[in-house]
Design a protein around this ligand. Structure first.
Ligand SMILES: [Mn+2]
Length: 505
């Protein structure tokens, strides 16, 4: 959906979820500014049994002059268009009101058949989604300081002070908004109510430990998501816990805050496994966050309490994989087959064409940020899904040949380069050139019949997760260089080749 499609309505009511948090309010504020800018009669409201009383919310509303009203009564009908933000019409966390027309803007998992909807569970906040939509719609966000501050605060509180951020768009927003720092400081330091301090204390005191796996589980009463981040940060410092999940009921489901200090469990991979099929999650190696939808959990397990679900899924997770240290791995080689790399066009970038030697850069992709210093010795390769990695020019010259064909692969997120330290950004798409793998590239690979975590010989701090059905592979000319290839990527990248004796001479 494009926001422009909604400009056909003249009266637009923007509804936050009940018990509003900073994210729903900031996202509503962004839409309000956009529609007002185009001369529409827009308004923001929330409903439900409770009026806002938390200090940070009241400060946010007053300081940023957010025109939100409370509508305790759910009877009556909304004239014109009703948009629910950070929640989905008809779901449990938002009071249902009759309206002429409906639209949804949200970042939680959900199923809707509404044509006018924009739902992106991969994003850390609804603020990010609105930021993108109204910019694409022609609204100049950067010159609206109050809105910038609101959006920044919405993302900050929804992602445990940014520690649980994973999507590059979230990072782009965080890094480009021009906000009022003293207001953010003010809101942040009025963040915890006395009631929430009590909730934190009870969550810590009521811990459980899944002892075989050094995993702590902490349940908090209904509270803002950012309170969970404080609990998990604190609990991870306990010697007995290497992995921690703090969870609590929020409107529509359960919010999870995950921490890990062991290299055998990456928090983002762990939270994706825990929420698989019932919600969504993401973040970084040590800190991540997730959401489990109450409806989806009930749909799958009609009567299991959340505590038991988490206990069960955590034990299943820990039992489900084995660890492979590539440099010590001695598999049965007869189970491996020979595959040839298809002549599939890939992208590459020569950073020396537009950057000076010794420039410090940060490359941002869907998979994360990588920091590099340009030294003229490498190109950046762009894989089939837009993943970017470095390749020594000498290796490139033996593995690929350059092609004049234009680069035209569709990417979900276009990789960008940020120049350190001033943060100038380059969109890389127009700089990508095409290359084709050299004829003679072969690997040995085996389909996995169970989950594994592979520590490659190149990087021993972080594992590559392989799931049943993915492949474990090594280059034919380096039989100890084991790594994981996802099944969908494998299928388009490789074809079976005739087995031949590896030339060891
Ligand atoms: Mn949100």
């Amino acid at each position: 959906m494009r926001l422009k499609e909604l400009l056909e309505f003249n009266k637009i009511s923007i509804q936050c979820h009940d018990n509003p948090d900073p994210d729903t309010l900031a996202a509503a504020f962004g839409l309000y500014r956009y529609f007002s800018h185009y001369g529409k009669d827009a308004s923001i409201f929330y409903s439900g049994p409770y009026r806002i009383k938390k200090s940070n919310m009241l400060l946010m509303i007053n300081e940023l002059k957010i025109p939100v009203s409370y509508r305790p009564d759910s009877s009556g009908k909304i004239d014109g268009l009703l948009i629910t933000v950070d929640c989905q019409y008809g779901q449990g966390n938002v009071t249902k009101l009759e309206a002429d027309s409906l639209a949804i803007v949200d970042h939680h998992n959900g199923i809707t058949d509404l044509a006018l909807s924009e739902i992106h569970p991969e994003l850390g906040s609804c603020s990010t989604l609105v930021w993108k939509l109204i910019q694409d719609g022609g609204y100049d966000v950067l010159s609206d300081r109050d809105l910038c501050t609101a959006l920044y605060y919405g993302l900050k509180t929804d992602t445990g002070n940014f520690s649980e951020i994973s999507h590059p768009l979230d990072k782009d927003m965080r890094d480009t908004l021009i906000f009022n720092e003293s207001q953010i400081r003010l809101f942040t330091n009025s963040n915890i109510s006395l009631e929430e301090m009590r909730i934190m204390g009870e969550a810590l005191a009521g811990y459980t430990c899944i002892s075989n796996y050094s995993c702590g589980l902490l349940n908090a009463d209904d509270c803002d998501p950012n309170i969970l981040g404080i609990i998990s940060d604190m609990a991870l410092q306990v010697a007995e816990f290497n992995v921690v999940i703090a969870y609590g009921h929020v409107s529509g489901g359960y919010k999870l805050s995950v921490r890990s200090c062991t290299r055998e469990v990456m928090a983002d991979e762990f939270v994706r496994a825990v929420t698989h099929g019932v919600g969504s999650g993401g973040g970084q190696d040590y800190k991540a966050g997730g959401f489990i939808s109450e409806d989806r959990l009930r749909g799958k397990y009609p009567s299991i309490p959340i505590r038991d679900y988490l206990d069960k899924i955590i034990r299943t997770y820990f039992k489900s994989y084995s660890i492979i240290i590539a440099s010590e791995y001695k598999p049965d080689r007869s189970l491996f087959s020979r595959y040839k790399k298809n002549q599939l066009a890939l992208g590459y970038i020569d950073p020396m064409e537009f950057l000076e030697k010794n420039t410090r850069i940060k490359v941002r992709t869907l998979e994360g940020d990588t920091e590099l210093v340009i030294d003229g010795s490498f190109y950046l390769m762009v894989g089939i899904l837009g993943e970017v990695y470095t390749i020594a020019i000498s290796k490139f010259d033996t593995s690929y040949r350059k092609s004049d064909a234009p680069y035209d692969r569709k990417l979900e997120y276009t990789p960008r380069i940020y120049i350190e330290p001033d943060g100038r950004a380059y969109d890389l798409y127009d700089r990508i050139k095409t290359c084709i793998p050299a004829e003679s590239s072969y690997i040995m690979a085996m389909e996995l019949d169970k989950n594994v975590k592979v520590f490659t010989k190149w990087y021993e701090e972080k594992y590559m997760k392989g799931e049943k059905g993915d492949y474990i592979a090594c280059r034919e000319d380096d039989p100890q260089d084991f790594y994981i290839i996802r099944r969908d990527i494998f299928d388009i990248t490789y074809s079976p080749a005739v087995n031949q004796q590896i030339n060891t001479g």
